[in-house]
Write a protein that binds this ligand. Sequence first.
Ligand SMILES: [Zn+2]
Length: 261
Amino acid sequence: MFKKKFYVLITSCLLSACITSPTGRSQFIAMPDAQIDQMGIQAFDTLKKDKPVSTNSQYNQVANCIAQAVISAQGGGNWEVVVFEDKSPNAFALPGNKIGIHTGMLTLVDNQDQLAAVIGHEVGHVLAKHSNERASHEMAVNSGMALIQAIGAPQSALGQTAFGLLGVGAEYGILMPYSREQESEADIIGVDLMAKAGFDPQQSVTLWQKMEQASQGQQPIEFMSTHPAHATRIQNLQQRMPQAMLLFQQAQAAGKQPHCN
Ligand SMILES: [Zn+2]
C-alpha cells in the first residue's frame, strides 16, 4: 500500500512536482510553500509556549545582530529570532522565517563567526526547502492538511512526526536526522551566506570540530542528532573555502564588518 502510493508520488514528480534546489539538486516537492510555512509558524508558536524564552538582553542582542546580518545576505525579509533558555547547544530555523537559538549554543561558540556558521547552516536548510522535501515524502502516508493540524497536538504520534519533519522534534520525543545530501547542501549554502555577511567562513570548520568534540561527552548533543556528522563534512567545507573566502573578502571590502560580540 505504502509502496504503491509512494510510487505514484514519485511518478508524479516527473510530471510536475520536481524542482531544482539552490545547489542544483533535483527535489521532489509536493507541499505548497504556504502550507509548509504555516506548519513552521505554528510549530514556532507552540515552542514559544512550551519553552522558556530568554530575557537576557546581551544574548538577544548578539543573536539578533548575527542572524539579521546572515539574513540580509540572502536577500533580507522579515525573520523572527528567539533565544530560548535551554542549556543544550542547539539552534534551528523553520519555514515561515523563524530562527530559534538556545542559550547553550550561545555559550558554546567562541565568537560571532561560529554562531553565524550555525545560523547560516540552519537558514540553508530552509532556503533549500528541506522540511518540505521531507514532508512531501511523508504525504504518501498522511495528507499535508493532517500534518498541519497535527502541529496543534505535539504529544500525539502524528504531532511528533510533524515536529520531527521540521527538525524540531526533540522537545516532543522524536529526532529525525537530515539526510547526508541535505546536510552537505546546508553546509554549502551556509558557508556562502556567512561569508557574504562578512563573517569569517573558516570558523565554520572550527565550529563543526568543536561540535564533534562536545558530542563525545556523556550527554548526546541534540544538534548533532538532527545534523549528523559525516566524515566528509570538513573536507567539503574546505573544498568550498576558496570561493567562500572570496565572498568574505568582497563583503569586507564593501564595508560588511559585523561587530555583534
Ligand atoms: Zn543540518
